[in-house]
Design a protein around this ligand. Structure first.
Ligand code: OKP
Ligand code: ZN
Length: 386
């Protein structure tokens, strides 16, 4: 078994926009607790890695120094509307909170620490469930994201000479990661998400394909509301394995936002934990086939804190760490957490099949996936750096 790392600490919970905000730190805590109760953090090849704060130069590798300065300033003086507005902190999605620079720098540093351990060959893979803040832009916060930890880690791999495949399974388009590497053929970004006509951030059309030398190295697969497991998996299989094989990455970075789940309150896709597990297991297989297992998995969205996030990320961790996930949700976890949960906690890790998507949804998704894959394949095949 390769050594693998679970990146998590008390500090991971500092990233908190406050009461009433959907991105609750509790979801990360519940997920790690479920992994532990399932016996998946005990094996000798598993390391626990604490996040560290990203250094200034690591943040400014992908962010505008003026933006990082503004985040620091806003920690001290959240009423600076002149700074808050232009940098994205006036929307209710991204309210300023005390200590937000450190909290966000710890998330970025968690992903960087994992990338460094992979580069030093101390671990082969890692999962950082508090990471995956894919909407943060070079000089703007957005969609609950302040610093783009995924982009920081990708940049670290690039600077070590690696080619990076980024795959984003969140229901929302991975716009920040796409934008930061839009012209760079050393990073292939693939995002599967809900149709931007019906969901934030409103980008991620098939027609967004990268630009300049990066043309063909951004791939978008918009999926219609109501997309079920079969249709999500079909779209994934149409796009990701063929493009990954053509690209031949040295490492895979993936975003495991689990808000495509049918129960998620923020999005309208309708997959179950089975498709989310398929996503992780397929990346496991591709990383073994193409890059000696090198793989950095990150969390992301997922707003059904009790019923979805803990199971989805436990299934993800099992795939990353090469272990079998049990089919029963550990009774100890259910017994401990049920009293405070506002809903009935599920008994099974894998959901029963939900209702099937209508034919029109399946057909439209199929067409989008084929168009996305077809367009990219030729450019990637005879692209640079191969
Ligand atoms: C973050 B992640 C309209 C509401 C937009 C933002 C959703 C962010 C999702 N102003 N809400 O990708 O799960
Ligand atoms: Zn999302």
């Amino acid at each position: 078994m390769w050594p693998v790392a679970l990146v998590y600490g008390e500090d991971s919970l500092a990233y908190d926009f406050g009461p009433g905000h959907p991105l609750r730190p509790l979801r990360v805590r519940l997920a790690v607790e479920l992994m532990e109760d399932a016996g998946l953090v005990r094996a000798p090849h598993v390391r626990r890695v604490l996040p560290r704060e990203a250094a200034e130069h690591e943040l400014t590798r992908v962010h505008d120094p003026a933006y990082v300065d503004a985040v620091r300033q806003l920690c001290l003086d959240p009423w600076r509307r002149d700074l808050a507005g232009p940098f994205g902190f006036l929307s209710p999605d991204n309210p300023c909170f005390p200590g937000m620079h450190r909290a966000a720098a710890l998330i970025a540093g968690g992903s960087l620490a994992a990338a460094d351990l992979i580069l030093r060959d101390e671990i082969r893979r890692a999962f950082h469930p508090a990471g995956g803040l894919h909407h943060a832009m070079r000089a703007r916060a957005g969609g609950f994201c302040i610093y783009n930890d995924a982009a920081c880690a990708i940049a670290r791999f690039l600077d070590a000479g690696l080619r990076v495949l980024y795959v984003d399974g969140d229901a929302h388009h991975g716009d920040g990661v796409q934008a930061l590497f839009y012209e760079d053929p050393r990073v292939l970004t693939i995002s599967l998400h809900q149709d931007p006509r019906s969901l934030f951030p409103g980008t991620g059309f098939v027609s967004e394909r990268g630009s300049g030398p990066g043309l063909g190295y951004a791939v978008n697969v918009p999926l219609l509301p109501g997309t079920d497991d079969a249709s999500w998996i079909e779209a994934f299989e149409t796009v990701v394995p063929p493009l990954a094989r053509a690209f031949r990455p040295n490492v895979i970075v993936s975003q495991h936002g689990c808000d495509a789940h049918a129960l998620d309150p923020l999005a309208d896709l309708a997959v179950t934990t089975r498709a989310l597990e398929h996503f992780a297991r397929a990346l496991d297989a591709l990383s073994r086939e193409l890059c000696d297992g090198r793989w950095l998995a990150l969390g992301g969205g997922g707003y059904d804190v009790w019923r979805v996030v803990p199971r989805a990320w436990t299934l993800t961790w099992a795939a990353v760490s090469g272990q079998d996930a049990p089919d029963a949700v550990p009774p100890a976890w259910r017994a401990r957490r049920q009293p405070e949960a506002p809903v009935m906690l599920p008994e099974r890790m894998r959901d029963a099949a939900g209702p099937e998507a209508p034919d029109a949804v399946r057909e439209a998704n199929r067409a989008a996936a084929r168009a996305a894959a077809g367009g990219a394949l030729d450019q990637i095949r005879d692209g640079p750096g191969r």
